[in-house]
Write a new protein. Sequence first.
Length: 280
Amino acid sequence: MRISEKTIGALARVVTGDSGFSPYRSGQELVKFFNELGSNDVYGPGFPSRWYYAEDKIRELNDTPIMARLFESVLDPRDYIGTKHTVGIVVRHLNEYLKYDGFEVVKHGKAYKVRDLQGTLVGLELPTKGLSKISHGFIEEQIKKCDLKVFEGDFAGAITNARSLLEAVLLEVEQELTHQSVAYDGDLPRLWHRVQSKLHLDPSRKDIADSLRQILGGLTASISGLATLRNKMSDAHAPTCVASRRHAKLAVNSAKTIADFVIETFREESGQAFNAPDKI
């Protein structure tokens, strides 16, 4: 995550508390704050001015995954309890600067995280009904992990979670269709073929247009490719080549697109009315 000098200045004033929007931090408190992010500084004689120290430390962390953690730390709602300050006001203030850098701070549960506005990651809608609460929660967790790991630069981890997301959706849909627990041996293409058959998505069908047949065949190829990519680049195995951002985005977006199509097809096949979805 890389931010501009103007944003660095604004963030430094929030960290120190000099902006008037956030709690004040003394020199000792600033050292503790940045040491919790990996620094190893000592407060003592000759310590620079607070604003200079804060800006210098932020520049050190700029263009690293730790920068996102810095925003999460300075926007920890617990630090605002019992003060005259409101974390939401700080979020809006920082977002005025971040939007020019291509980022945005968003609410994530009870905390805040940074979102990459230029990430172009596909969204996935989960239905409020039709999936078990356990699987729904696990699927939602995998979606969030995929997005976060792409943003933080953990590309191998994102590929692993992309496969886990697709496996979770396919297993849940198969279980809903068969009404029984399904044994899974880790063979993703084989799992896909079973679900594909049950959802009538076989590209060899004679009653569908050639264009749709090609798309359905492409889904099979994509799933086989995702399984192979995961074996070669993910953190689940010793990688034979290094995953990059484009590889991770390809895996995550492919998994989300296929998962979304499978869920929509399942709902249509089972005759369920579409419920207001949870946007992920």
